[in-house]
Ligand binder design. Structure first.
Ligand code: HEC
Length: 175
């Protein structure tokens, strides 16, 4: 058997495992649609105090803040905080849906990715914020949920399959 095919196999499997890990890391129940609806709401009802994109306002920063989500522990507690106390000048005026959208937006701002399942008042308590869901936010705060988020696992999976295919071809040739 030709030398070099074994490392190629190993490389292929390493890519596949990396693809699996990166696709499951830091994802939780909310949709990109909820997060962008949250952004629209934010610019109308929250930005005046919390600043554009949740930064540099006179109220606390909500974007790219490592401690924010873990302070609440799960999505239900963050939802509750928003639903009952915000906007601070008109508490209790947000609909359930608006408060869920705002919760989703704050999750996306703080390193949690959408897993495509809608965040609801029924599942919010099971959406936990611990170090496995809240990857440290990047230094550049997210402005809008990125549509390219699924590309990394996809690319890694392709690289993995290509390496394995190459290894198989090399083995056949040398047999
Ligand atoms: C009138 C000003 C004002 C508006 C408008 C406002 N907020 Fe706030 N917000 C505050 C202040 C002040 C605090 C800090 C005191 C507190 O937690 O109640 C705060 C705190 C928060 C917190 C908790 C932050 C933390 O560190 O725990 C969240 C989440 C939040 N706001 C979300 C929102 C959302 C979402 C909206 C829009 C729907 C909104 N706020 C609108 C003034 C405002």
């Amino acid at each position: 058997m030709r030398r070099g095919t074994i490392p190629l196999f190993i490389l292929g499997f390493a890519f596949l495992i990396a693809a699996m890990l990166s696709s499951s890391m830091g994802a939780a129940a909310y949709t990109d649609t909820q997060a962008s609806a949250g952004m629209t709401l934010f610019s109308q009802k929250c930005q005046g105090c919390h600043g554009q994109n949740g930064m540099n306002g006179r109220a606390p920063q909500l974007n790219g803040r490592a401690d924010l989500l873990t302070k609440y522990g799960n999505a239900a507690a963050l939802y509750e905080k928003i639903h009952t106390t915000m906007p601070r000048n008109a508490p209790g005026t947000l609909t359930e849906e608006q408060a869920l959208d705002a919760t989703a937006m704050i999750m996306s701002w703080n390193g949690v990715k959408a897993d495509g399942t809608a965040l609801t008042t029924a599942n919010a308590a099971s959406v936990k914020f611990d170090s496995s869901t809240t990857a440290a936010p990047t230094t550049a705060p997210t402005q809008l949920p990125k549509t390219g988020d699924g590309m990394l696992p996809f690319g890694l999976a392709i690289a993995g399959m290509a390496s394995i295919a190459a290894a198989i071809v090399l083995r056949r040739r040398s047999a």
